[in-house]
Design a protein around this ligand. Structure first.
Ligand code: PHE
Length: 449
């Protein structure tokens, strides 16, 4: 069967940015910036993008394009020994695991979009009321399961439409809409009197607040947000036609993703500062602070809807990209039809995500190290599975292939010999030495700390 491919280069770019931009940009990034020293964190984050994020991203897309296969097939085809094929199973597993817990989390967002649409959020005028609503909703197993299931169903539906009609077309309208909604939020935020203090809080570098843990967070964030380490970019790369300049494309995706994170941070904090709320972050910010703050603004109900549509779209374009490696694996290796593969993946992530959806209600008692099942799953994926997956990808490209690592001018998209030398030198060093070394350090610190 002929392998599908993107209809155009821009199709890949839209899909890759859609994958990259997700809950990590809108929920996690603003929180991290606020907590770990403002611009100091942003600078470390950008450095980690260039030192490891982009090289791993580039490696995965290139591997996928060379092998034209799912992550397991890619490791099997390109790896020098049998061991590599076994290693290739890990990214497929990680993709499945991430899709499952991400779906449960995104279910809450979708549920809150529902609440915004029926007007429940409009009644929240105090932090206590918002906290009570959140406790009630997340404490209801039915509510969590219904929205988890609805989100899984929606993403399965997009994937059933296929690569070009589902993922590519979907991202081509969802991403621009997301950017427009985000800009609307940012413009609203910047026209509030609180804009200046918020920007100062966010972007004044506070180096004394940046700890070793903050640096690790920046590295982890650059992995999760670029959707690397779990086969997504290998799979998306496998649908690319030969002969496109990969490096430029990868940098474009990474920078667009970063820009969106920064805009999200500006939008979120300017709005939050307008009411003098404390800028504590994470999920509380999204589900409790923002709805209350918005209610104190003119047309706050509308901004709330815009905000939750924005986050839902971001989550959909990420979730489908987390599911696709599993679908591709079933199609390539088990020779299933795409339809059967998508349906099985959708059912599978729903089932495996159920304990996460129940982590704040029926299974609320189950915890370890003070974290519930959803938080543990997130930590397990971002702290362990994803760094190992990223390491395997970069090692396969740098050292493990049957043929020697070569990066030609087309891979790099460079025009002159000097450019080629510089970019190749940078990527070779990052892929072979610096990237693996840093990932090992992150990994060990996560495991030992
Ligand atoms: N990059 C997505 C985000 O920022 C999450 C994601 C991770 C999606 C891994 C696919 C694969 O939310």
């Amino acid at each position: 069967m002929k392998r599908e491919s993107w209809a155009s280069r821009s199709g890949f770019i839209f899909a890759a940015i859609g994958s990259a931009v997700g809950l990590a940009n809108i929920v996690r990034f603003p929180h991290l910036v606020g907590q770990h020293g403002g611009a100091a964190f942003v600078l470390v984050y950008i450095a980690s993008l260039f030192v490891v994020g982009i090289p791993v991203f580039f490696s995965e897309v290139l591997l996928g394009r060379r092998a034209r296969s799912n992550p397991y097939g890619t490791f099997k085809k390109l790896g020098r020994s049998k061991l590599w094929s076994s290693a290739g199973k890990l990214p497929v597993f990680t993709a499945f695991f991430v899709s499952a817990f991400y779906c449960a989390l995104a279910g809450w967002i979708l549920g809150y979009l529902g609440e915004a649409l029926v007007g429940t959020l409009g009644d929240l005028h105090s932090t206590e009321a918002a906290a009570a609503l959140f406790a009630q909703r997340s404490g209801s197993a039915t509510w969590c399961l219904v929205w988890h299931g609805t989100f899984a169903l929606g993403c399965t539906g997009v994937l059933l439409l296929g690569l070009r009609n589902g993922i590519e077309r979907g991202c081509k309208w969802m991403l621009p809409l997301m950017v427009i909604l985000l800009l609307a939020l940012v413009v609203r935020g910047l026209t509030l009197p609180s804009a200046l203090p918020a920007l100062e809080y966010l972007f004044a570098p506070k180096w004394e607040e940046l700890t070793a843990a903050g640096v690790l967070m920046a590295l982890g964030q650059s992995f999760f947000t670029l959707s690397i380490g779990q086969g997504t970019m290998i799979t998306y790369g496998s649908y690319l036609k030969k002969g496109e300049s990969l490096f430029k494309t990868c940098v474009t995706v990474a920078l667009a993703d970063t820009l969106i994170s920064l805009l999200a941070a500006i939008g979120v904090y300017t709005v939050v500062f307008s009411s003098g709320h404390s800028p504590e972050g994470g999920l509380g910010l999204i589900f409790q602070t923002i709805p209350v703050v918005l209610n104190s603004l003119p047309f706050g109900w509308l901004i709330a809807i815009i905000f939750f549509v924005l986050v839902t779209l971001a989550a959909v374009t990420s979730e489908i990209s987390a599911m696709e490696p599993v679908v591709a694996y079933l199609v390539d290796e088990w020779k299933w039809s795409r339809r059967k593969a998508v349906l099985a993946t959708g059912a599978g992530i729903f089932a495996v995500g159920v304990p996460c959806a129940l982590s704040t209600n029926l299974l609320g008692q189950v915890s370890a190290w003070g974290q519930n099942i959803l938080e543990l799953s997130d930590a397990f994926a971002t702290g362990l599975l994803i760094p190992i997956g990223a390491l395997l990808g970069i090692l396969l490209l740098g050292w493990g292939q049957r043929r020697k690592l070569q990066l030609d001018a087309t891979d790099l998209g460079t025009r002159t010999a000097t450019q080629t030398r510089i970019v190749r030198g940078y990527l070779m060093t990052a892929i072979r030495y610096v990237g693996p070394a840093i990932i090992v350090v992150i990994f060990l610190t996560n495991v030992l700390m």
